[in-house]
Design a protein around this ligand. Sequence first.
Ligand code: ES4
Ligand code: ZN
Length: 326
Amino acid sequence: MDLDAFTAALPKVELHLHLEGTLEPELKLDLARRNGVDIGQSTVEEVRATYRFDSLASFLAVYYPAMDVLVTRADFRDLAMAYFRKAAEQNVRHAEVFFDPQVHVARGVAFEDVVLGYHDAVEQARRELGLSAGLILCLVRDLPVESAEEVVEQMLGFGEQIVGIGLDSDERGHPPAKFAHLFARARAAGFKVTVHCDIDQEDTLEHLRQALEDIAVDRVDHGTNVVEDPRLLALLQERGTGLTCCPISNSFVTDDSKAPVIADLLRRGVKVTVNSDDPAYFGGYVTENLITLTRAADLGPDELIQLQRNAIDISWAPADVKEEFL
Ligand code: ES4
Ligand code: ZN
């Protein structure tokens, strides 16, 4: 079997995926029609033509307005189900997926419709696809902190549906420390904690320091800049804190997949994992991300297996799902 076929067949775990980033142009147009929302484009080609990014900011400027097409509980369910079907086709057995409730609530959508719509899909995926999934509420760091406080307050009533809390969006001027009180609150209520430290952003190392030292996150999303600081790298290794890397996304945000750094960290025993981030926008789900890394850094089958072992290890999956995997 060649390595691409091996990668495709390998049972996989996805830990860094934004559900709103799985909105493919076809579904975007269907939902726009269903809800009478004018998105400014009417064909798949026109929608794809707007997908030109060379930085985090230029991506986010396309990503957020597109969310207007998501209105009802059923819309959120349909979006997540379309992703879970795609994931199951790629032999993903467990997925932990982010969603951005502040953006939806700001448009007048009820928090409950977002969470329960996504949760409907989690249940359906378990029944119909044998796929296990967890929802991670992501705070949008460049929205007012009061709106983050509101969704955390609401999240406390949804411990059955939500497994953890994250932090995403534009890093400039929005350090993790700004949300430390909310992470503490969520953790005390039993939620796991992860924080995006996007690649090569302003103050990435200081953001990483805050995430690891001040917040003591359970894992870091992206975070490969840690190689630049031996003290932080030692802390990461000592605690076994995992990194959720996204090679194809990196090439859009920074013009470099960072494959050598990801492979180097893997070979040094850091719990790195490979994931999709926003596959509908960046054009690759988990298999394509693994193939991109494999080619660029010359990985072998044992290393591909190790990436999946790392992922199940640092996942927040229930014990029975962990035991069954690999
Ligand atoms: C994101 Cl690539 C990336 N970075 C930060 N926040 C995000 N939300 C969705 N994709
Ligand atoms: Zn992300």
